[in-house]
Design a protein around this ligand. Sequence first.
Ligand code: NDP
Length: 294
Amino acid sequence: MQLLDGKLVSQKTKDELKKQTEALILDGKRPPHLAAVLVGNNGASETYVANKVKSCKEVGFESTLLRLDEQTTETDLIALVKKLNEDKNIDGILVQLPLPKQIDEFNIINTISPEKDVDGFHPVNTGKMLLADDRAFLPATPFGIMLLLEHYNITTRGKRVVVVGRSNIVGRPISILMSQQRNFGDATVTLCHSKTTNLQEITCQADILISAIGNPDIIGADMVKDGAVVIDVGIVRVKDDSAKLGYKIKGDVKFDEVALKSSYITPVPGGVGPMTIAALMMNTMKAYKQTFAK
Ligand code: NDP
């Protein structure tokens, strides 16, 4: 078994971006600039946004963190996003999800300018992704998974891929990317969800199994084919009084037993999570190049 080390590949990606940023600055240009909007005090969201801002620093990007109150109205958030759309010094905008219940996520995603939509959630980018248009911003987690497959040169062409989970941000887009005619695509993909019957029968046929459920330890060795590549997207905080923070991060996969059967496997944490951030940084550089520096 070989570990798909997201930490290592993410660092390598960020080192490369840092070099590109340094070259821009030497050339007298400003660095790329990401604006992150955080509404409320969701603990996991705080951590994700802090990591994104920290990564901006590491690669030499500017970043602006805008924190809004839990009670913020949809109208106020839309007004802020429109202001960021107009700001020529900002290349990428991310609004951390989930949002408080008084705010409709779709309305916010639709307000972000598609040229600055570095999370790749806007319908224009979803459409471009579907059409395999290279100018699309791919959603960060599926993009990160593609980068990981590429780094380890994992053959996907003609392979049977099973994705469990059909969300708009992970499961559905990765199923689309891997079924497309592209590098690290060309796979035969099955997309499963909570209404799938005989899930185990299907996952056991997977050469590459991608789990994006969010239910700790749901994928055991009995659901995995010998020699499969296993990618665990799940991240759940599970209460653990013995842990320093009072919780442990768990994935969907029972790592210890599945690792014995798989050819490659991602750890949680340290697998897909860091790759998501690296992909976001790549998208921010792309936004900069496609608009500001074109
Ligand atoms: P969603 O809750 O939006 O989607 C979960 C999917 O899993 C749904 O399609 C659901 O089916 C399916 N599902 C739920 N239970 C089962 C089951 N028992 N059997 C089969 N399918 C099931 O989650 P997200 O896609 O947003 O996130 C998934 C996980 O990935 C979470 O743990 C999240 O924290 C993590 N995540 C990690 C990221 C990273 O960077 N590593 C980034 C984004 C997410 P149905 O559609 O029928 O309800």
